[in-house]
Design a protein around this ligand. Structure first.
Ligand SMILES: C[S@@+](CC[C@H](N)C(=O)[O-])C[C@H]1O[C@@H](n2cnc3c(N)ncnc32)[C@H](O)[C@@H]1O
Length: 275
């Protein structure tokens, strides 16, 4: 077969960005060519084999049809770290980075030895990001789905923190056997009656929806969290729009001592301390 090289110039990218967002296009180009985002961003031209070129066109077609680029490339950035994602995991969201911000505010000593439980860990983005910064800390990553846990394990290996992690398949606290200094959780909190953006169809249903009122997961987590926290332990929880009062009223033997709004001004993260 004749091997030919196709040169994609910067101006071609500009033309293509009329049908697909330019950043997404560059992410696809980086994925296809095995380069970093910054390499393709700064390159005047990129040389693609004919096979790579047809892969790129195929990816553009998928993105144009509504598939998130993160699902095509199986990767999504969170707190400056690239996480492996895919069909079994919900893509990390920027608003969840607030949990990391608040954790950093609460634990100023990054040499501290903190035991963390990440309940409904998905890709593992919350606990694993913390472990990359707190080198003496450990985490239990818990999820109901085996395939999700496999992705979390891949991420832990990639970030070189696997030896400080345990992985547990559990229905919320059912298989959690000990107490922690910190619990972090971003459970599903969308009402089953909500109509979401088309791109979320590519995330697993169980990661998003939590009954008609969107509160089902909190009903399982909030009344029991104190049993799994050590004295003065802290719970960091992400919530949906207008859920602050409902969620804080479900907390038992916990005191809310901090909350934070996301960039849209929505109350998004609550922090509780065990009494
Ligand atoms: C909104 S996603 C959050 C994923 C990740 N922590 C993040 O912030 O990107 C919720 C996660 O909870 C998990 N989950 C749903 N129901 C669960 C249950 N009953 N027990 C444990 N995990 C559950 C889902 O599989 C999913 O990974």
């Amino acid at each position: 077969m004749r091997f030919c090289v196709i040169t994609v110039y910067r101006r071609d990218l500009f033309n293509l960005s009329k049908i697909i967002d330019r950043k997404e296009l560059l992410l696809l180009l980086a994925y296809i060519t095995g380069q970093s985002y910054h390499q393709v961003f700064f390159a005047e031209q990129n040389e693609l084999s004919n096979e790579q070129f047809s892969q790129l066109l195929n990816c553009i077609k998928r993105a144009f049809a509504g598939e998130p680029v993160s699902k095509i490339t199986r990767s999504k950035e969170f707190y400056g770290i690239s996480y492996i994602t895919g069909e079994y995991t919900m893509d990390p969201r920027p608003e969840t980075e607030l949990i990391i911000d608040l954790f950093l505010k609460c634990f100023l000593d990054n040499s501290a030895c903190i035991n963390i439980l990440d309940l409904g860990c998905g890709t593992g983005c919350i606990a694993l990001t913390i472990l990359t910064m707190y080198k003496n800390s450990r985490a239990t990553l818990a999820d109901i789905d085996e395939n999700t846990l496999e992705i979390a394990k891949e991420n832990a290996t990639k970030l070189k923190v696997y030896d400080r992690c345990d992985f547990v398949k559990t229905n919320w606290f059912s298989d959690i056997k000990k107490q922690y200094e910190v619990i972090v959780t971003n459970p599903p909190y969308v009402s089953s009656e909500s109509v979401l953006d088309k791109s979320t169809l590519y995330d697993p249903h169980r990661a998003l929806f939590a009954g008609v009122d969107g509160l089902e997961a909190y009903k399982q987590i909030m009344p029991k969290a104190h049993d799994y926290l050590k004295k003065n332990g802290m719970l960091f929880v992400e919530i949906g729009i207008n859920q602050k009062d409902h969620v804080s009223n479900m907390a038992d033997k916990l005191q809310m001592h901090m909350s934070a709004k996301d960039l849209s001004g929505i109350e998004r993260t609550l922090v509780f301390t065990k009494l």
